[in-house]
Design a protein around this ligand. Structure first.
Ligand SMILES: [Zn+2]
Length: 213
């Protein structure tokens, strides 16, 4: 079973991804991780990607899809795989589809975890991080025993710039604008599986399993 996992920041995608790969025995393929590994190992595609990254340019779709192609032909992908963080837009999705059809493969399900924006803002702006040890807390879901103080080391908790309301809203807007055409693309292919992402981790995972079978 070949899956793409989509979801906005704060939707709990990472948590559900872990549950998915454990339950279905398929690897999670993160193009970000793969790019970093290819750079480190100096593979031909890694060197190609480096040329663009050194100039601060985006790595072309063909290079990223080339990495995915190498990866999904490895033994642990025989039962399938889950793509995470890719594709990000329709052009990448089309390049991916072309590559998969060359291999006689296809994407079976595009799981899209949906959470209303106001709920995402609540989740993301409530995060607090310890200045000293980096531990993470949440003012509503995982509050420290004492306001503003790290339970683990007594350090000061702060809100990262990424997590302030204006930044969060603009991240969500960018996500929505980039992802909407991608969602339409997979909906037309009949592969889109919309999942209500509000609820407990178990509840959400049960919804995912129900659509994947
Ligand atoms: Zn701490």
């Amino acid at each position: 079973m070949n899956i793409i996992l989509l979801g906005p920041p704060g939707a709990g995608k990472g948590t559900q991804a872990k549950r998915l790969i454990d339950a279905y025995g398929i690897p999670q393929i993160s193009t970000g991780d793969m790019l970093r590994a290819a750079l480190k190992e100096g593979t031909p595609l890694g060197l190609e990607a480096k040329k663009y990254m050194d100039q601060g340019a985006l790595v072309p779709d063909e290079v990223v899809v080339g990495l995915v192609k190498e990866r999904i032909q490895q033994d642990d992908c025989k039962k399938g795989y889950m793509l995470d963080g890719f594709p990000r837009n329709v052009s990448q999705a089309e390049t991916l589809d072309r590559m998969l059809s060359e291999l006689g493969q296809t994407i079976d399900h595009v799981v899209c975890i949906q959470v209303p924006d106001e709920e995402l803002v609540k989740r993301l702006t409530g995060r607090r991080t310890c200045r000293d040890c980096g531990a993470g807390f949440h003012v509503m879901f995982d509050p420290p025993k004492k306001d503003g103080v790290c339970d683990k080391c007594g350090g000061e908790l702060y809100q990262r710039d990424d997590d302030n309301e204006a930044t969060v809203k603009s991240r969500l807007q960018v996500y929505g604008e980039q992802t909407k055409p991608l969602i339409d693309y997979y909906e037309k292919q009949g592969k889109l599986r919309q999942i209500d992402g509000v609820g407990s981790i178990d509840e959400i995972f049960a919804r995912i399993k129900a659509v994947l079978g």
